[in-house]
Design a protein around this ligand. Structure first.
Ligand code: ATR
Length: 267
């Protein structure tokens, strides 16, 4: 049984070590590789993986939408997300799931013990990452969610797509944001290259908790701390929680995540 993570680039992916750490909890080893898929032939790359004994895979940037299109069937959360981060071969058919949202919610709610219910949440960014997590986030019944994005139109489109779930969702640009918010989640990928959009300081108050879906000491988290945020956390826990959900789908048991988060934090 072969497992893999597909991406481009993929060399930075920590998924192999995370899945090995999960398997080691039962004294097992798994064959989990990084696969650098050509940008123009993701479908062909997945096909040869499956022909060669592949049974499960994670999918990272920029292939999550293509993976969604490739699947024979989808979980409900993947269907709404419009993106797939987990592939599983089931009865010869390709099943797609999206575990990013549940990974984010589990990390915030259970690991960090930050409240989500009845909270005023601001999400920065309106790309695939946000679309992937909105469903599970709204299911936690926050008071309201505002999506702010450089391209305001995309934030508005997303807010309409996720309307009617019992939680008011608004979308717009970075200007005219009135704060402070209880929780700010950053999903602007610009953080990866060290830059960050201009944000009004008023969105952060002394009670505001800030979460970055990227892991590491990110520009957004540094900024949040400078503004006096009550707490700041990066996305390492989300990464490990989404991996645990994928692992459970493939292997039928859920690994312990706390020990893996602590170990990866050290490195
Ligand atoms: P992801 O899967 O990480 O969400 P994406 O779908 O390409 O990737 O979305 C990238 C997000 O980062 C978008 O919200 C994008 O804003 P636009 O919709 O206006 O493009 C945001 N982003 C990327 N670079 C940015 C920058 N330099 N300043 C502000 N926002 C940026």
């Amino acid at each position: 049984m072969r497992f893999a993570v597909f991406g481009n680039p993929v060399a930075h992916s920590r998924s192999p070590e995370i899945h090995q750490a999960f398997a080691a909890q039962r004294g097992e080893q798994i064959d989990y590789q990084r696969i650098l898929s050509p940008l123009e032939d993701f479908a062909g790359c997945v096909k040869s993986f499956l022909a060669d004994g592949g049974v499960g895979a994670n999918v990272t940037l920029p292939f999550k939408e293509q993976a969604w299109q490739l699947c024979d069937s989808l979980s409900e959360r993947a269907r709404h997300a419009g993106a797939v981060n987990t592939l599983a071969l089931q009865g010869g058919k390709l099943f797609g799931d999206n575990t990013d949202g549940v990974g984010l919610v589990t990390d915030i709610r259970d690991n960090l013990r930050w409240p989500l219910r009845d909270q005023h949440i601001l999400i920065l960014g309106a790309g695939g990452a946000v679309r992937g997590v909105l469903g599970p986030l709204l299911a936690e019944q926050p008071a309201q969610v505002r999506i702010a994005n450089r391209t305001a139109e995309k934030a508005r489109d997303l807010s309409l797509m996720f309307a009617g779930r019992g939680v008011p969702v608004f979308g717009g640009g970075f200007d005219k944001l009135a704060g402070p918010y209880d929780l700010i989640i950053n999903a602007v990928s610009a953080g990866l290259d060290g830059s960050m959009p201009e944000l009004p300081a008023s969105i952060v108050g002394r009670q505001t908790r800030c979460y970055d879906m990227i892991y590491g000491d990110t520009p957004f988290l540094r900024w949040a701390k400078q503004q006096g945020a009550a707490a700041a956390a990066d996305g390492l826990g989300m990464l490990i929680e989404q991996a645990a959900e994928s692992f459970a789908l493939w292997h039928g048991w859920r690994p312990d995540t706390a020990s893996v988060i602590a170990d990866l934090r050290k490195t």
